[in-house]
Design a protein around this ligand. Sequence first.
Ligand SMILES: CC(C)CCC[C@@H](C)[C@H]1CC[C@H]2[C@@H]3CC=C4C[C@@H](O)CC[C@]4(C)[C@H]3CC[C@]12C
Length: 429
Amino acid sequence: ETGQCVMNTECGVDPVTNLKAPCASSVPAKPLRNETSVKLLHQLCGKAFKTDFDSPVCCDEYQLSSLGDQLKGPLALLLQRCPSCFTNLANLFCMMTCSPDQSSFIQVTKTNETSQGKEMVTEISYYITDAFSVGLYANCENVQLPSGNIRAIIVLCGKWGDKCTPRHWLEFMGTHDPSPFQINFKYYEGPVHVGNQTYLPMDTHIIPCSQAVTPRGEACSCVDCPASCDTPMFPTFPPPPLEWHVWGIPGMWVVMSFVFIATVIAVVIGFVLSTLLGKREEDTDNLLDSSEVTPQEEGAVHPFHDYSNNTLVKVGVYLESRLEDCFVYMGTCCASHPVLVLFCGAVLVAVFSCGLLLFTVMSDPVELWSAKQSEARKERDYFNSHFQPFYRTEQMIITRVGGEPIRYITPTNQNLTFGPIFDKKFLHE
Ligand SMILES: CC(C)CCC[C@@H](C)[C@H]1CC[C@H]2[C@@H]3CC=C4C[C@@H](O)CC[C@]4(C)[C@H]3CC[C@]12C
């Protein structure tokens, strides 16, 4: 039935959990009409149902505040890393305590009379769909404890530990302690008839862990939620340009072969031409003035062939003699003004060494190996400004030789054993 409640207000304190359990009473849903409570309802249960000032609900402000206290306690661990997981879980208990349609999926099965003569709830049946329980579990399953390395669900699943399943998890949470009354989850896919009542299993929307809860929020990280890993991390590259083929051979090869052949032909032609021309000049020269060529005059003289009149050799000889003149002049200059030359040299060296004044030794590897504007540096800076120090690249590795293993009993009565490194005394030292 819509708008109808089966539990309301806080009735008495449950002696086992010290939490307040509600009264069993069939009343219509009422609006909260209290600014802070409406705000809290919106914060905790947000999207699950309408949370306007005037929308009727089945819980009052006291129930809301204890729900808030309970959820924000141990479960804040989950919230910290994976908001959607927390929100789904919060919705389970929000719907149970506050939904205006409470009576359509909650059946009060046992009550206890309090000293004030009120009916306190001690056991209920909570009708939900399998899909909800599976979705709730699947989106929390991989959330890591903030300390890393261990899945939160192992702690949150009580005695089931790492053998947790969607149903085990709900069964554990519904047990009297941690819950102030026994919650028996009943899984159905559609309407169920019990006695003269028809129940419609609770099935609110599950927020996938790869989605943010609020529009501005962030989805759970890849470590906590495998579905987040599928979102592409790398940009998609354009396909490589199609290979260009000529006669079935890569086009570039063809072009380069042509260039090679052309160069070879040009070199060969050039060589042939120059030898032919050289021969003809030599012949004419020999006819006219072969007697005037003296072997010691120019350097390039071959015992059998006299190349001294070849044009190329003439150019070479001319260049060489100019260079020689130049350096002879320079050498004489320096030798005749030694003091001035040494002084100018010293001044030049001093001027060019001025940069040394700004010299600093760089030892930070980050500065040494990555440019200020490089992509890697920008990403590192972004990472460091968005993650807490624990996740940064600076880490300390502590080891311990010997020592006793540490035993720890969790609030849920689990006995955990940690290595000797976790000894508080040792770490404080
Ligand atoms: C140890 C961990 C795993 C337990 C996590 C589940 C906790 C947060 C759940 C289990 C049962 C829940 C309680 C069930 C019933 C009520 C009564 C209602 O009037 C106020 C909220 C309150 C008090 C709930 C608060 C949250 C609660 C305590």
